[in-house]
Design a protein around this ligand. Sequence first.
Ligand SMILES: Nc1ncnc2c1ncn2[C@@H]1O[C@H](COP(=O)(O)OP(=O)(O)OP(=O)(O)O)[C@@H](O)[C@H]1O
Ligand SMILES: [Mg+2]
Length: 200
Amino acid sequence: MELLRQGAEAKLFRARFEGKKALLKKRVPKAYRNKELDDRLRSTRTTGEATLLRKARSLGVNTPQVYSVDKAGKEILMEFVEGKRLKDVLTGKNLGLCKQVGEAIALMHENGLIHGDLTTSNVMVKGKELFFIDFGLGKQSKKLEDKAVDLLVFKKTFEATHVELMPRGWEMILEGYLGKGGKKEVLVQMKKVEERARYH
Ligand SMILES: Nc1ncnc2c1ncn2[C@@H]1O[C@H](COP(=O)(O)OP(=O)(O)OP(=O)(O)O)[C@@H](O)[C@H]1O
Ligand SMILES: [Mg+2]
């Protein structure tokens, strides 16, 4: 199998499934972690990610289709998304994509799905559609705090990655979020968490 990419916690291989292009995400051991803990973390993140990829998809948020999950092998075989990372295609001329991102996050949050690692590297663009990937740190939760932290983590990486698109890019994300049922109170909580982080 061809190694496509070495991520922070997984190796991504080009693969095939029933004649279609596929992607194998295999979580590899981390030597610095205790063996048992490492094993457990890689297994739960693998099954957790597969569950959330499917749940998001069922809500109407595009994610790669999950073909199979191997808990012991810490592997997910999924649809290969023929697209580019949002990080690499986002410019001042296509800020509508930011609105789309915000809309998708609102849909997830309103249905109790926290992505856990929102960045423009974890969103892929295929034609006019967005695909969300990398749910390994996600969870199911309806808590205001969890939604606020999910958005704040995104804001921090977005500001750092897309300096030239600030503040408009982030505003468009929030516009999409609020327009699709995302709650104002989440944004209020986000501000509180941000202040807390700053002063403590
Ligand atoms: N289903 C897919 N189809 C096509 N490319 C994919 C798919 N899943 C992941 N990729 C590519 O592999 C990269 C890493 O995937 P992912 O984010 O799931 O792993 P990761 O270990 O968390 O990596 P990183 O540390 O880069 O976030 C993505 O940014 C994307 O370019
Ligand atoms: Mg990633």
